[in-house]
Design a protein around this ligand. Sequence first.
Ligand code: BT5
Length: 285
Amino acid sequence: MDGLGTAGGGSAFASLSRPPLDAGALRRALVTADSMWTALTVVPDVGSTNDALAQEAHNGGESGRILLAEYQSAGHGRLDRTWTAPPRSSVAMSVLVRPDVPVRWWPWIPLLTGLAVAAACRRVADVPATLKWPNDVLVEGQKLAGILVQRVEDPTPAAVIGIGLNVSQTRAELPGPEAVSLVLAGATSTDRSLLVRTALRGLENLLAGWIRRGGEATDDFVGAYVDACSTIGQRVRVELPGASVMHGEAVGVDRRGRLLVRRDEGGAPVPVSAGDVVHVRTTSA
Ligand code: BT5
């Protein structure tokens, strides 16, 4: 153990270079009278921040709850894939929201979250972060952050938005060559507190605009996403349920946030929903 009481241990050097999050300072910055965020907790370790907030949502937890963990022992992505990071090396957080928007528009939530996280990485750390539809933040093709939005229906609809952002991991601490951290991407800052504040203020602004419009995307809004999304213009392979595979070119995003794919065999672009997609990857990757 490194004496700081967090799960997973770590060297004394890692402890010094990986300061803990200051919950009080984050709360003062984010949980204000005019903000969407209503409560903020930092825990030293948890199974998964998404699972913990999904449980709170089931128990009627209020909108605007933020949960950050210094370490997750059972972090996960889609389809029960694992999400791993050493203690204090990343941002691992979830927020619980109950947007007053018809649930058919909720597929925009992961896309808005990606926009906010990528913008925060560019602004705070000055790295060239882009988006891979629907939910990855990349730097030069490597995965810097993953986003997982889970819907809870009972007792009332809620969305749990999970964000895992690699900050100070060394190459050896990442799960594979397709992953990257801010440090490895040459970040000018690795201040996790500033990253959290910037990402959540950005997400609040994007969600507020989206809620004001009733969830529907305007052309401007779709355009902003398309500009930030490196998938558009790429050749993609889409694995659909039932093992059918579609090859084509990603040509845009529609008003429901679905990826538009022009198939090699021609015809009008086909909309692909995140829920239907097992994998979208550039064929060269
Ligand atoms: C994602 O899933 O990218 C969503 C990840 C969401 C993680 C956050 S952390 C806070 C909150 N609590 C949770 O339990 N989850 C959320 P997906 O697209 O399925 O990608 C998962 C894949 O990413 C895995 O199969 C690994 O190959 C890879 N992976 C695992 N850890 C990684 C890391 N630290 N950096 C980059 N890739 C990673």
